[in-house]
Design a protein around this ligand. Structure first.
Ligand code: ADP
Ligand code: MG
Length: 756
């Protein structure tokens, strides 16, 4: 789901959804509302994300959902993580109570049915048997299973049958056989077999599946909620000369927070005084504490080490990094994985088809029993539950009930969302933020990864190595460059400014400064026009460079970037600037290549500097001298050549390329722009995080495929058996419950996926 320009994204909490067909009904209802551009429902977290293009009020959306038979509420922004978890725990408890009640009745029923199934003995008498079965089954079906029956019934009335409708019909029909059998016994109609006990057991299995699902749901979102719950509750802030302790929700941007050793950082901020190692594992997955000094950013909820920090708050509430992570992860769960589209199409037609199939099965067995009967009789010799001696009506019910029960596509609906949720949660714990499900599928199949150089493959903290100045002292040249560069955010600009600082040069203010991305900066210092940037830009702007060729060649041959400084119309000198490769770059690149991924280095820097870094980290495809606007066409070119292409970048100038690649990966807590344009954000700046992200996407996608396969295969195999009357309704229900549970458990195994 993409953002609508000029539009708004709303989140609603939805209650009462049980399965993929419920989620689809809600989606359809929301999409039908005027002004809704798109709507996605996240079944696992029970929320809907609605992109509205115009002026659509929440109430209209809520009403639309209500008309479809579900309950919607505005997302409760004030809900604390505790109340959310509480909600899940309560629901899981309710589900467990209902399952327990159903089993308390179903177990005696089983014991009572065994002599009847094995030897045809109805103990103590047929009459007592029939009425006893009904008496035991009724509370299991109607009390424990009440919510299921109600929801299945309303769905049927709205002519949008769901899985609950299938279960309801199956249970209802089984229970009805008991009533008919009792009536037959008192001589009111021909005899039919009594499946009322089976009704209770079907319900018991069904409710067990629901309970496990509810419990899993609670645990699944636990990772994110735990993350939210990690935040500090109070903050110590400076108020005048005093320090006061206030709730963290009262902290405002600009507050000066005092953080003592061992305390959690209350909210995002910048260190103004002090130095300490900070445990950022919660945000980056990096277990080693990192030394943070004055001027560094700290992230709310990370843990301060041994020093006292005075931190100026820069973001609170919804604007914090942590809140952003939670939002990203939750949004990821509401998005669709392309492979799921197939499952969705199947689900949409599934329930009506199954209803028709069950009706056809019933009629075929009832009106033309001999056709299907021969197969059943043959099989009856091998299967203990063969109903060869039952009446046509009895057999018809047997087969139709089994079809209704077995066909429930619950597992199909759970297959993708559960894997995606667990995968996204697993990623969040290691600093891998998946923005959407499509990215998981794409990254798992990526052929080429394009890496930006500066700040991505390199540390991004280049240093001025050398200064060649011909007409003025080197320090004066540096000072002039520093004055204009202090207005730029580029790593090279920061290197120049840092070099001025270490030499004790104080910088005068420049005026009319303009940064030209991928080229350089220009501005006015003391009335003189100063240009700082790459050589080919300066020469294109009309500055003669003939006298400098040798200097440039020498700097570039050494693998550094030559930055020219022109003052009042003439180039007066060059600075040589060099960056280091990240310490883990070599290992990360080698691992990626070992995984069959082609690695390309893409940079606006010169050919020689690019090749020197590339050789250092083990990349052999280099595309250099690319202006920021052309990075997009390089990426498009690779895509056009048929490669699934990923772009890894960090800065603002990479944003367009991140967006146009098949999958964009933004590195570092970096710029918000890069994070917004990327599909995947890696919180730490490490390159090994890219390897982890690829592994996570492969593991998650593998789970999704496995789950869909399990869910499909089981329906494909079981439905024909049920039609032929070879599947006892009870076994059908057990298999169905098992299939859902299997999908949930299988997805949960992702939690422990090894990414290292
Ligand atoms: P990368 O693709 O490696 O991230 P950029 O596209 O940001 O690099 O920049 C490409 C080249 O443009 C740099 O190597 C440098 O020569 C020049 N450049 C860009 N911005 C500046 C600046 N503020 N000061 C000096 N040189 C710059
Ligand atoms: Mg860059």
């Amino acid at each position: 789901m993409r953002e609508v320009p000029g539009g708004l994204r709303k989140t609603l909490q939805i209650d009462g959804m049980h399965c993929a067909s419920c989620a689809q009904a809600v989606e359809r209802a929301l999409r039908a509302v005027d002004g809704v551009a798109s709507a996605g429902v996240d079944l696992v977290n029970e929320r809907a994300l609605v992109d509205v293009a115009g002026d659509v009020s929440d109430d209209v959306l809520i009403a639309a959902v209500r008309a479809a038979g579900y309950k919607a509420t505005r997302e409760d922004r004030t809900a604390t993580p505790d109340t959310l978890v509480e909600h899940d725990v309560e629901r899981a408890k309710g589900a467990r109570r209902r399952a327990a009640l159903a089993w308390a009745l179903a177990l005696p029923i089983v014991a009572w049915m065994i002599p009847e199934m094995a030897w045809g003995v109805m103990w103590p008498s047929p009459l007592a048997f029939h009425f006893g079965m009904l008496a035991l089954a009724a509370p299991a079906v109607f009390i424990a299973g009440g919510p299921t029956l109600r929801s299945g019934f309303t769905a049927a009335v709205r002519r949008a049958p769901t899985m609950d409708t299938l279960i309801g019909l199956g249970v209802g029909a089984s229970f009805l056989t008991g009533v008919l059998a009792a009536l037959a016994h008192v001589g009111m109609m021909p005899s039919v077999p009594d499946y009322s006990g089976v009704a209770a057991m079907i319900m018991a299995f069904h409710l067990t599946g629901r309970w496990i699902e509810a419990a899993a749901r609670g645990r699944t979102s636990g990772a994110i909620r735990a993350l939210l719950g990690l935040g500090a509750r109070t903050a110590r802030v400076a108020r005048g000369a005093a320090e006061v302790e206030i709730p963290v929700t009262d902290v405002v941007v600009g507050d000066l927070m005092i953080i003592r050793p061992g305390e959690r950082v209350p909210t995002d901020g910048v260190i103004e005084a002090g130095e300490s190692s900070v445990d950022e594992s919660l945000a980056t997955g990096e277990s080693m504490p990192i030394l943070r000094h004055v001027g560094d950013r700290v992230i709310g909820a990370t843990i301060n080490g041994e020093g006292v920090l005075r931190v100026r708050a820069t973001g609170v509430g919804e604007a914090t990094f942590l809140a952003q992570v939670v939002r990203l992860v939750q949004q990821a769960q509401a998005t669709k994985v392309p492979i799921q589209a197939l499952a969705d199409r199947v689900t949409r037609v599934f329930v009506p088809v199954v209803l028709a199939l069950a009706a056809a099965t019933f009629l075929a067995w009832w009106l033309a029993p001999s056709a299907l009967g021969q197969i059943a009789t043959a099989a009856g010799r091998f299967l203990p539950w063969g109903s060869s001696d039952a009446s046509p009506l009895g057999r018809a019910l047997f087969a139709a009930v089994a079809v209704l029960v077995i066909a429930c596509p619950c597992a199909l609906g759970l297959a993708t969302p559960t894997a995606l949720t667990v995968g996204a949660g697993r990623g969040a714990r290691s600093g891998i933020l998946l923005r959407n499900g499509e990215a998981v599928q794409t990254l798992s199949r990526v052929d080429v990864l394009v890496f930006d150089k500066t700040g991505t493959v390199t540390v991004g903290r280049p240093q001025v190595m050398d200064i060649v100045s011909r007409e003025i002292p080197a320090d004066e040249l540096l000072a002039l460059a520093g004055c204009v560069e202090s207005a730029s955010e580029h790593p090279i600009a920061r290197a120049v400014v840092a070099a001025c600082e270490t030499r004790g040069i104080s910088l005068a203010a420049a005026s009319d400064v303009r940064a030209i991305p991928g080229r350089g900066v220009r501005g006015r210092v003391d009335g003189r026009e100063v240009w700082v940037g790459r050589a080919d830009w300066l020469s294109a702007e009309g500055f003669p460079l003939d006298a400098w060729e040798a200097v440039i060649a020498r700097m570039e041959d050494a693998g550094t970037t030559a930055v020219g400084v022109a003052v009042a119309g003439r180039v007066l000198g060059f600075l040589s600037v060099a960056d280091r490769a990240k310490p883990d770059a070599r290992e990360a690149i080698a691992t990626l290549r070992g995984m069959g991924i082609d690695v390309v280095l893409l940079t606006g820097d010169n050919e020689r500097a690019a090749h020197s870094i590339a050789a250092e980290v083990g990349i052999d495809r280099v595309i250099a001298n690319v202006l920021p606007e052309d990075k997009v066409s390089v990426v498009r070119g690779l895509m056009a050549a048929g490669s699934v292409t990923g772009m890894v970048g960090d800065g603002i100038n990479d944003a367009p390329a991140l967006t146009s690649a098949d999958v964009g990966i933004a590195l570092g807590t970096g710029t918000d722009v890069a994070i917004e344009s990327a599909d995947i954000t890696l919180v730490s700046g490490e390159l090994l995080a890219v390897v982890r992200a690829v592994k996570l996407s492969r593991a998650t996608f593998r789970k999704i495929r496995q789950n869909l396969f399990f869910a499909f295969v089981y329906n494909v195999v079981a439905i024909p058996l049920a039609v032929l009357g070879l599947l006892h309704p009870l076994i059908a229900e057990a298999a169905m419950a098992f299939s859902s549970i299997n999908v949930v458990l299988n997805a949960n195994r992702l939690r422990r996926a090894r990414l290292g």
